[in-house]
Design a protein around this ligand. Structure first.
Ligand code: IVH
Length: 587
C-alpha cells in the first residue's frame, strides 16, 4: 500500500510538472502519448485505490493551472470542461452503450461527430452581436482575457450578421494554426533569429497568449466554433448541429466535416474516414469528438467536474514515440537537394515499424539541437513521412554519450562541392551533370522536348540505360550502340535504330537549347535564350564572372550564382567538353 501511495504521489508531481510545461510555459516536456500514458496509469491506480484519490489530483482537474498573472482573469459563467477520451473501438463501444443505458433507450441516439482540432479552447462573448470579450479556458472556471489578441484573427467576426442573434451569446471553439501558416512563421522566425516553434499548437498558443497584440496580428491564426456557452435574450435551437448552423449563418466559422451519426457503426466509420483524411486537412487534428446532438438530452446526462458525460474525444492511435537517433545520413535527391535522414533504433508507431525519419534540412538539426545518440520524439501522422519532433528530455537516461552531427562539405553522390541555399534552407550538390544521385533526372531533362528533343528516349529507356550502367551523363547517350539499345526491355531493332537516328539529329541544336539542356537551377528556356544572345559563344559564357553573368538581361543574383557554381564545377565542365568536342554538338 505504501509503495502504491508513493507511486501515486510521484505520478501526481510528474504530471503537474508536465502540465506546467505544456499549459503555462508552452514547452511540452514529453510527447502527448507519454503524458496520456502516465495520466492513465494514475487514473487506474486511483480506481483500484479509491481511498488515495484526492480532489487536487491531475485526473480530477480540467488542465494545468494555466492562469498567468499577466492577463486579466475571466470567470466563465458555465465551466469550460475538458473531454474524456477513448482511443480504440472497444472503449468507444463501452461509451456508446453507457450513453444508451443512461438515457434508458434501446433505439439509436443522434450523435454529432466533429473533428478534434489541436489548438486552444477559446470562448468568445458577443453582446448585441458585437465581440466584447475573448478568453482562454484556463483551469475551466477562470480563464485569461485575450480580447485584444483574438481581435487580430481575421476569421473571427467583430460583428455577427443575420437574424435571431441572442443579446448575450457565448460561443466556444478552437484557435489553431494551419500547417502552411506554421511553416511560414518558422521560416520567418529562423530568418530573423527568433525562437522556432516545435509544432502548430505551440505556435498557436504562444501567438495567442503574446503580450503584444501587434505580434499576434502577424501570426496566421485561425478559429473554428464547436459549441455554445452561456446565452440570453433569445432562444437557441434544441440540437447541437442546429446551433452550429446558426453560428455559420451569423458569420462564425464552423467546420464542414461535421456529420450526424445514428449508430456506433456510423461513428466508427466517421472516425476511420477522418483518420484517413487526416494528412490532407492542412491542420492538425488528434481525433474526433462525438457529442449527443439533442441539447435537452445533454442536460439530462450531465457532466462531472472535469468533463461532460454526453461527449467523448475518440483519439487517433498514438502517433508519437521515443527512440534513439543512431546516425544521420545525407541523401541526394533527384534535383540535387541534399536532405539529412535520421537513422533510428526501430520502433513501432500505430502498427508501423519506423527506422528512419526525415529532417527536412540542415537547419532542422540545429533547431532541434540534435546529436547522434540522443533519444528523440518521433511523430508519424497518417501517410506523412515520420518526423523528429524534439529531443526527449533525458529524465532517466541522462548519462547517454552523444556526438555532434557533421554536415558534409562534398556531395555524397559525386564528391562535388555542396552549396547552402539560404532561401530554401537547403544543401544542394553543384555537380549536376555527373552526380550519380541526379543521373536519371539530369538525362531526362537533357533529352526532353524543349532541350535536345531526342525522340523515342523516354523515361523507361533512360532508367534502364542508367541501371545497366550504359550511361552516366548526357554525353554517354551519344556513345550508345544498337546492341546496347536492343538489350533493353521492349526495344526492338527498329526502335533502336530510330533512337540512334534521333541522337544524330539532336546534335544540331541552338545555343539556347544547349544551355537549357544542362539543367542548371533557375535557368529556364527564357533565361537560356538571354544568355545565348548575350554571350553568343560557349567560350564567352564559360569565361564570364559573376558580375558578367548577373548583368545579363533577366538573370538575377541567385540565378547568376547557381550558374557560376555549375560552370565552375570540374565534373560539369568535363561533361560540357565531351558534348562539344567529342560528341560534336553544334549550333
Ligand atoms: S467540445 C464540453 N469539440 O478538445 C465539451 N472540443 O480535450 C468541450 N477540442 O478543451 C469541448 N476540437 O479545446 C469540443 N470539436 C470539438 C473540439 C474540441 C477540439 C478541444 C477543446 C477541448 C479539448 C478537450
Amino acid at each position: 500500500m505504501e509503495s502504491v501511495q508513493k507511486t501515486i504521489t510521484y505520478l501526481k508531481t510528474l504530471l503537474r510538472n508536465y502540465q506546467y510545461q505544456y499549459y503555462v510555459i508552452n514547452e511540452p516536456g514529453i510527447p502527448d502519448v507519454e503524458y496520456d500514458r502516465l495520466m492513465e496509469t494514475l487514473r487506474q491506480l486511483e480506481i483500484e485505490n479509491p481511498n488515495l484519490l484526492t480532489q487536487d489530483s491531475p485526473t480530477q482537474c480540467v488542465g494545468g493551472s494555466s492562469i498567468s498573472s499577466i492577463f486579466k482573469p475571466v470567470h466563465h459563467k458555465i465551466p469550460m470542461l475538458s473531454l474524456d477520451t477513448v482511443s480504440d473501438e472497444s472503449s468507444y463501444l463501452v461509451f456508446h452503450q453507457r450513453l444508451k443505458k443512461r438515457l434508458n433507450i434501446s433505439k439509436g441516439i443522434t450523435l454529432c461527430c466533429e473533428l478534434k482540432l489541436d489548438g486552444l479552447a477559446v470562448s468568445l462573448l458577443y453582446i448585441n452581436g458585437r465581440l466584447v470579450r475573448a478568453s482562454t479556458r484556463g483551469d475551466g472556471l477562470v480563464g485569461e482575457d485575450i480580447t485584444a489578441n483574438v481581435r487580430t484573427i481575421s476569421i473571427v467576426p467583430e460583428y455577427l450578421t443575420g437574424n435571431k442573434i441572442p443579446d448575450y451569446l457565448e460561443v466556444r471553439g478552437e484557435v489553431f494554426m494551419s500547417h502552411a501558416g506554421f511553416k511560414k512563421i518558422n521560416q520567418t522566425a529562423y530568418r530573423e533569429g527568433h525562437k522556432i516553434f516545435s509544432n502548430p499548437r505551440n505556435a498557436a498558443s504562444g501567438s495567442l497568449r503574446n503580450l503584444d497584440p501587434c505580434i499576434t496580428a502577424k501570426r496566421p491564426l485561425t478559429f473554428i466554433c464547436y459549441g455554445l456557452g452561456f446565452f440570453k435574450g433569445r432562444s437557441m435551437p434544441r440540437s447541437h448541429i442546429a446551433c452550429l448552423q446558426y453560428f455559420k449563418a451569423w458569420g462564425l466559422p464552423v467546420n464542414d466535416n461535421t456529420r450526424l451519426c445514428y449508430s456506433s457503426g456510423e461513428v466508427i466509420k466517421f472516425y476511420h474516414n477522418a483518420e484517413m483524411k487526416r494528412p490532407f486537412f492542412g491542420f492538425d487534428i488528434d481525433g474526433v469528438v462525438i457529442k449527443v446532438d439533442d441539447l435537452e438530452l445533454q442536460k439530462k446526462i450531465g457532466s462531472s467536474s472535469r468533463a461532460p458525460r454526453w461527449a467523448v474525444a475518440f483519439k487517433f492511435a498514438a502517433q508519437e514515440a521515443i527512440t534513439k537517433l543512431n546516425n544521420v545520413e545525407f541523401r541526394v535527391g533527384r534535383t540535387g537537394v541534399i536532405t539529412p535522414v535520421a537513422q533510428l533504433s526501430p520502433i513501432r508507431i500505430a502498427g508501423v515499424l519506423i527506422s528512419r525519419a526525415t529532417l527536412h534540412n540542415v537547419h532542422e538539426i540545429n533547431r532541434l539541437g540534435l546529436k547522434i545518440g540522443n533519444n528523440v520524439v518521433i511523430r508519424r501522422a497518417g501517410d506523412v513521412i515520420p518526423q523528429i519532433i524534439s529531443v526527449a528530455k533525458p529524465d532517466v537516461d541522462s548519462n547517454i554519450i552523444v556526438k555532434n552531427i557533421t554536415i558534409p562539405k562534398q556531395c555524397p553522390g559525386c564528391g562535388s562541392k555542396i552549396r547552402f541555399i539560404s532561401g530554401e534552407l537547403a544543401l544542394r550538390c553543384t555537380g549536376g551533370l555527373s552526380c550519380a544521385a541526379q543521373r536519371k533526372s539530369v538525362i531526362r531533362h537533357f533529352t526532353s522536348r524543349k532541350a535536345l528533343n531526342i525522340n523515342g528516349m523516354g523515361k523507361a529507356i533512360i532508367n534502364q540505360l542508367v541501371d545497366k550502367g550504359y550511361i552516366n551523363n548526357p554525353a554517354d547517350l551519344f556513345m550508345l550502340t544498337i546492341d546496347q539499345l536492343i538489350s533493353l526491355e521492349r526495344v526492338g531493332q527498329k526502335s533502336a535504330q530510330n533512337i540512334i537516328d534521333a541522337l544524330i539529329i539532336s546534335k544540331k541544336t541552338t545555343f539556347a537549347r544547349f544551355i537549357y539542356a544542362l539543367g542548371i537551377s533557375k535557368i529556364g528556356l527564357v533565361a537560356a535564350e538571354n544568355l545565348a544572345s548575350h554571350f553568343v559563344t560557349l567560350n564567352f559564357l564559360l569565361a564570364a564572372d559573376l558580375n558578367a553573368l548577373s548583368s545579363v538581361y533577366g538573370i538575377g543574383q541567385t540565378a547568376a550564382s547557381y550558374l557560376k557554381e555549375f560552370l565552375d564545377d570540374a565534373n560539369n565542365r568535363e561533361v560540357i567538353r565531351m558534348l562539344v568536342v567529342e560528341v560534336g554538338i553544334y549550333w
